[in-house]
Every structure is written in structure tokens, then in C-alpha cells.
Design a protein around this ligand. Structure first.
Ligand code: SF4
Length: 390
């Protein structure tokens, strides 16, 4: 049996319970005050699940207002399960990585259907929920249920690679498993939540990727990287390939205070609204959408770049009106409130009131496109006579 370190002395590097306790104590004493750490939130597995999914790929400061609004609007799995995908995507708008929102809604539906509306504590049942991987399942079990379970993310890999002086590639599955086992061994009995959050907090606030604040670290006395002067060299990571560039032309069709949107199909931004790809011809576009764009009068609205984890979109934005309107005769007339003369758009396309755009589930990449279109010189005014108004 390992002997606990005497009070005031640094634990030995192999004294797992003492190291784990030192980290849990440090966390309890220094933790940042965050909404998902309020006692009632921390003890609620649903809120824990929501916060973990939001914090994947999103900074804490960005996630806070979204978290507050989201759990107020969807306080339990049943509330989210009953919401439409459009509502959920709109509530998530601006956080990016929208598959998380769709998965969370599907997870809520599964929790209602399979688990009586309560987030399960069983690892396999949690892991089977859409969007829940090993890390999220481990965090929910450890923090909300108090059951010690490895939750290994980039922060945890960095902290333990440095503390243990591991020179193996942390992206390799074998290294990840080794670090997961190590966290399990370190978790002190009865302190799973503080230990799990302590590791995350240490990586987020002290053991930073560059210039870590080692004097503030509860593990400084046993840290291998600090003792050997190898902090900058650890963790070892294979370089990531540069994101692939996708260059495309998009078309923003505006008419009578409306803009043509496309509901995105399977893949990136599924279920959200965007702008269609520019066509080779007006005929091809009309066959696809039901709307014939006035390509001859299209204006260039510049280029937009948006970087995702593995790809970079380089979009050329073009703006135009539609063909067939008696624009000249109506120039200067007020835009009618109800543009009855607009041609029908075929699903998945639809006309949206331009004023509606901020409230719709339009991802950031397309918000940039819309901003570029709005900043471009106006297209020819295309107005319609409302047959019922005369
Ligand atoms: S002593 Fe420094 S490098 Fe080592 S775990 Fe702590 S913060 Fe990281």
C-alpha cells in the first residue's frame, strides 16, 4: 500500500493518492467561479452534459452566456427533446460546430425514450448517446455522479505528459490510453469530481501550452519536465496537416426585401441556412431552385474566408436580383410588405425576409457572406406590384 505524504511534504511522483488529493485540494481552493460549477448545476447531469458539449471547441468566456440561456430555455432533456431542430440551432447560433447542437437534441430524445428522461450514469449508456465520446462520458460520470472515470482531453494530455516526463506522441492511441489509466490511478477516493475538474483547470489556467505558471502548480515538486528543463519540449505531438482549402462561388439573390436561402443537407451545417453555390447558368439555377437569377447584372461582393478545424473555405460572393421583374418601371417604389409576385422557391430553398436573418440558424461562415453582400453596391431594385394592394 502507498503511504500518504506527510502534511507539508511533497508527495513522491508515484504516490498516486497523495498527488490526486493535492490536485483536488488545489482545485477546491482556487477554482474559477463558472455557472456550471454552481452546486445545483454541478450536481445535475443534464447541465453537466450541456456544458461539456458546449466547451468542446469553445472558449469558456464565449460559452458562459450561451450556457445560461440554453439551460434556462431547455432545463431538462424533455424540454430539448420536444424542441424543433430549427429552434435548437437558433439557440446555438454563434457557437459554431453545430453538429454538437443536433447531437445534443438527439441525445435528449434518446434520454427521454430509453432512460425515463434522466441522464444515465452507466458509462456504456452515456457513451451510446449521440455526440458523447469517452471524454464527455468520463467528465459527466466523474463530475455529476462522482464516479472516477478517465476524461482525457488536450489539456489533460499536456499536464500529464509534462508531469510524468512522457516523450511519446500524445496523439497516439496507446499514449492516450496510458494517460487515461494514469488519471484513473491518481483519482483519490471520494474526490472524483474535484480531481477531474482539477486536471482540466490545471491545464486551462496553469500548465498553459506556452509559458506555464509552474510556481502556482500543486504538482511542481514532482514534475519531471520542470526538473529536467523539458517543459517546452513536452508534450510531443505530430504536426497537424494544414487545413485543405475549398474555393467556391456563392450567390446571394435579393429581391423585394427578401433573400434566397438554402437549407443545408447532410454534412457540414446540416439543417442550417446558407446561400447556394453560384450556378453555371441561370437555367441550371432555376431548375434547382425555382428562381431565375439575373446573372447578367450580378455584382462582385468580394471574398470571404472561414477556417474550420480541417478545412478552409474561400468564398467568392456574388449578389444579384432576379430576372423577369419590371424593375425600371418600379424603381423608387416602396418595397411591398408582402411580395406576392416573388416566384416560389423550391425546398430546400426559401425566401426569407432580410430582417429575419439575425434570428435564423445561419452559421458564421454564411453570416460573413451576408455581411459582404450587404456591404456591396446595391443590386438593381427589383420590386413587385402587390395585386391585392391596387
Ligand atoms: S510544474 Fe509546470 S510543467 Fe509541470 S505540471 Fe505544473 S505547470 Fe505543468
Amino acid at each position: 500500500m502507498t503511504r500518504p505524504a506527510p502534511a507539508g511534504a511533497a508527495p513522491a511522483p508515484s504516490d498516486n493518492p497523495a498527488l490526486g488529493r493535492a490536485l483536488a485540494d488545489w482545485f477546491a481552493a482556487t477554482r474559477r467561479d463558472l455557472p456550471w460549477r454552481r452546486p445545483e448545476d454541478r450536481a445535475d447531469p443534464w447541465r453537466e452534459l450541456v456544458s461539456e458539449l458546449m466547451l468542446q471547441q469553445t472558449r469558456v468566456a464565449t460559452a458562459i452566456p450561451y450556457y445560461e440561456r440554453f439551460v434556462a430555455r431547455f432545463p431538462d432533456p424533455a424540454a430539448l427533446a420536444a424542441a424543433s431542430e430549427e429552434e435548437v440551432l437558433a439557440a446555438w447560433k454563434g457557437l459554431g460546430y453545430y453538429s454538437r447542437a443536433r447531437n445534443l437534441r438527439r441525445a435528449a430524445q434518446e434520454i427521454v425514450r430509453e432512460h425515463g428522461g434522466r441522464v444515465p450514469s452507466d458509462f456504456d449508456a452515456l457513451r451510446a448517446l449521440p455526440g458523447v465520446g469517452d471524454y464527455t462520458a468520463g467528465a459527466v460520470r466523474s463530475i455529476a455522479f462522482g464516479i472516477a472515470t478517465p476524461a482525457v482531453d488536450g489539456n489533460v494530455l499536456r499536464v500529464l505528459a509534462r508531469h510524468d516526463g512522457l516523450a511519446d506522441d500524445v496523439a497516439a492511441p496507446a499514449t492516450r490510453r496510458r494517460i487515461a489509466d494514469r488519471t484513473q490511478a491518481l483519482s483519490p477516493p471520494g474526490r472524483a469530481a474535484d480531481f477531474c475538474e482539477g486536471l482540466m483547470e490545471l491545464g486551462a489556467t496553469v500548465c498553459l501550452p506556452t509559458a506555464p505558471l509552474c510556481p502556482d502548480c500543486p504538482w511542481r515538486a514532482t514534475c519531471r519536465a520542470l526538473a529536467d528543463g523539458r517543459i517546452e519540449a513536452l508534450p510531443v505531438k505530430r504536426p497537424k496537416p494544414a487545413p485543405a482549402v475549398e474555393a467556391r462561388d456563392v450567390l446571394v439573390v435579393r429581391a423585394a426585401g427578401r433573400v434566397l436561402l438554402e437549407r443545408r443537407g447532410k454534412g457540414l451545417f446540416e439543417g442550417m441556412w446558407g446561400f447556394p453555390d453560384a450556378p453555371d447558368s441561370a437555367d441550371a439555377f432555376a431548375a434547382r431552385t425555382g428562381v431565375r437569377p439575373d446573372l447578367a447584372a450580378a455584382r462582385d461582393a468580394g471574398r470571404v474566408e472561414h477556417v474550420f478545424t480541417h478545412r478552409r473555405w474561400r468564398l467568392r460572393v456574388r449578389v444579384c436580383g432576379i430576372e423577369g421583374a419590371d424593375a425600371a418601371a418600379e424603381a423608387g417604389a416602396a418595397v411591398p410588405a408582402r411580395p406576392a409576385g416573388l416566384p416560389d422557391a423550391r425546398p430546400p430553398f426559401r425566401w426569407a425576409d432580410e430582417a429575419e436573418i439575425p434570428a435564423l440558424a445561419v452559421p458564421k461562415a454564411f453570416q460573413k457572406v451576408w455581411a459582404a453582400a450587404c456591404a456591396a453596391p446595391a443590386v438593381s431594385p427589383v420590386v413587385y406590384r402587390d395585386p391585392e394592394a391596387t
